[in-house]
Structure formats: structure tokens, C-alpha cells
Design a protein. Sequence first.
Length: 491
Amino acid sequence: MRKVLGLYANIRPCQSYHPFVATKHPIMDVVIVRENEEDLYAGIEHQQTDEVIQCLKLISKPGTEKIIRYAFEYARTCGRKKVSCFTKDNIMKLTDGLFHKTFTKIGANYPEIEQEHLIVDIGAARLADTPEQFDVIVMPNLYGDILSDVAAQITGSVGLGGSVNIGNNFALFEAIHGSAPLIAGKDVANPSGLLLAAIQMLLHIEQEKPAALIQNAWLKTIEDGIHTADIYHSNTSRERVGTQAFANAIISRLGQQPTQLKPVAFQQGIKQVQHLYIPEKPATKNLVGVDLFISNANRNAAELAGNLKKSTLQKLDLKMITNRGTKVWPEGFPETFCTDHWRCRFTAVTAEPLVYQDVLDLMEQVNQQGLEIIKTENLYTFCARFYCCSRTIILSSTNYYTMELSIIDGNFPKQDAERIVKDIFAVKILYHQNRIQSNLMTEDERMRSESRIHELENNLQKVLKKIRAYQEEELSIRAHIELSIFAPITQ
């Protein structure tokens, strides 16, 4: 329903009602804005091998722009001071990376609103521990679904949460908790979630007065200690009632206002934010490789690589093999557990872009080796824009670090790309310098390390020159830079 009607924004206010509803967070007042149409909820899943099932995570530029712009417009309209964004872009650098990058881009248009981004792990921990530090939080679909229930529960009960689904032409209003079939028909459910959702519906159709009339009656009921089982507590409640009695108590208080909780006086409700997505000029798209996903019950990565090497063509070379995202060839660890699902990455041997026939030829060669291809993903560069990802490896014997730079779709500033590249080469050079100074090397090893330092320094200048050339000519330079940056650290 949400996808069919284009209800892209799910708004979930979560407020505590201390001291009348028991909670550890008496001043909590958070609104979670959840993206409603994309992410893992696309529902695209496949069983690819006997042992592995795949679920696709889809994040789009239009969908991300819509939800983030809505979050800022909601904050501006409702007088909210801060918008936070939760993602996991330290791991999912492209999908969640797009969400984070779009948050930063759109946030620049709202300088009066405080903005922050948090990795969802620590964001969730802080939301559960100190929710008062948040105001509006915008998140992709899965995180928003989970954490809006958490937020509602720590106000006192998930039964207190109303939910609004907003699109350009339609709106849908529901309780956060869903249908609650286990207690259906037992006259024990807390109807507050549905009631508060209905109040938001009245605001949506510009019926502010009846909305305020009902919500103030509800607040008065809560204040008077008339509570359903989920929020009943002997220290804060006066009477434990069922669903119907709770509704009757609200009706009897229409026209009254709370005396301790703050009465509401609505000015305007949640409105649609008409979003017109203007596609960017298509990027220059170059085919530079392919990931072949192969089903193979033989769990020997080196043996698989040997078979694939027999299929290597003049234009494509086997770069690496991963199993469930972990590199197992080359230089894999024997301790890594492998399934029957292998990602085999082939990249262009030269800087010249490939054509799709090159991929088809490779697939034919792999098929002739008796290997089962279950999926392919073409690898493209999009104007070779810069996006940085780094990985740290600590080796106890030498205590050094290595980092990687990926050049993929993104808008990474030239000066930052230059800084990252300099850091990478500085670390590699420092490693060799430390080895030379350790007095643990033979003269031959020392000469090779000195030669390697000289080579790295020369490569650094070449890479920086190419980065600057990219800025001037917008050329695809991925293959050139990879040759320098990913050169292995050797003696």
C-alpha cells in the first residue's frame, strides 16, 4: 500500500508523558522520519545456491532526496531545532553512503537547523540512553522501522505511538504497533496509537480545532490516571481499564484540558512536501570489469582461482575472489569459512573501457570450464568521481597500518582525495623506513626497501598528477590510479 500510493515518508512522533506514564526518560520528545519505499524492504530476494540466499538493498537518489528534504521541511514547519541522520555508511559505503551524502547536501539549504550524522550503532545506543539529545531523526527504511518501535517503547509503551505515512497525493494514518492479533477482541489493547494517528489525520485535512479537542481530552485522561494495562503502574495510575472504558473516559473529558501536562493548540498539521526530482546529467559510464557469482561446492579458493585463470582473456584478468564479502584469494586465510557462493572479480587489464561482448566472451570461457555462473554484476565508473573508503590492518610483528582508496561514484573533493592519497603512501613509506631502521634486514633487503620507497614516492607524484588532471578534464582514471595505490607492499 505504501509503495503503490507513493507514501514515501513515515512520521513517528515519540513523546514521554511523565510523571503519568512510567518512563526512564521524562523529557523525551523525538520525531522519527523513516524512508518508506526502498532499502531492504524492496522485497527482492533470491536463493542463489544451496547455502546462500540474497536480499537486495536498493537506495535511490530520488527516494533519498525526497525523505531527507521532507525531514528538514518538517523540522522547519514544526519549529524543531535539530535533524539527525543515522546510517551505516562505514560498511555500506555506496547505499548508506548516498543517504549520508544527500543529507549533507540538502542540509546546506537549512542553515538555521542544527545537523548531525551518526553511525546507526551508536545512534541507536544514544537514542535508548539519552533520547532527549535528539529532535528529528531521519533514517533509511529498516533502521527507521526498528528504532521507531524502540523509541515508542521507551516513552512508556509502543501502544502510545501514532504513525503518519505521507506522499505527494495520498496520506495514510496508523498505529506504530500494527494489528496486534494476539490481543484482538480481548478489550485490553491501548487505543492511543490509533487515536493519535487519527488526530494527525485531522491535522492533515486542516481540522486543527477538533484535533486539539480530542488530544487534550486524551491528555486529561492520561493525567487522571485512567490507564490501559500496558501503561498501568501502581505509582502513577489510578484505574486500570480496558479498551472501551479508556475510550469512554476520553469521550467524557472532551472540552477539558490537562493541568500538568502541556495542553495542545495546533496551528497546522503535517503537510505534503511536493518534491520534483530533476535528474542530473547522466555521467560518463565506462565498463571496467565484472563480478561473476559462481556456485561451487568445492571450498578451495585457490583451486577455483586456478580454474578461472584458464578462462582469463586478453582484456580481463581475475583480480580477487570473495566469499560472503571476505577476500579469500589471493592471500586469503585458511581459517576463513567458505560457503558454496563465490564472487569472482575480473577487471580490465588496460585503462581502455570494455564492451559488453568482452563480458560475454569471459562468461563463455568460464562456462566451458564447467563452472556455474548464477549472477553477474557489471563494474562501471561514473566520471571517476572520488569516494574514499579506508581499511586498517594491524600486524603485531611490525605494527603498521595500510589503507585503501576506492574510486567509485561520489563527489569527493580534489583536496581531500590528494590528502588521502598522500596519507596512504606516507604509511607505506614509513613501513619501509621502520624496517630499514630496525637493523633486522640483510643488505639485500635494505636495498630493496630503499628502492621501494623511491618507487612509492614516484608513484605518489604520478597519482596526484592524475587526480588534478581529472578535475580539469573529467576523465575516467580509475584503472590508472589502482595500479599505483593497490601495488602490494613488498620487501
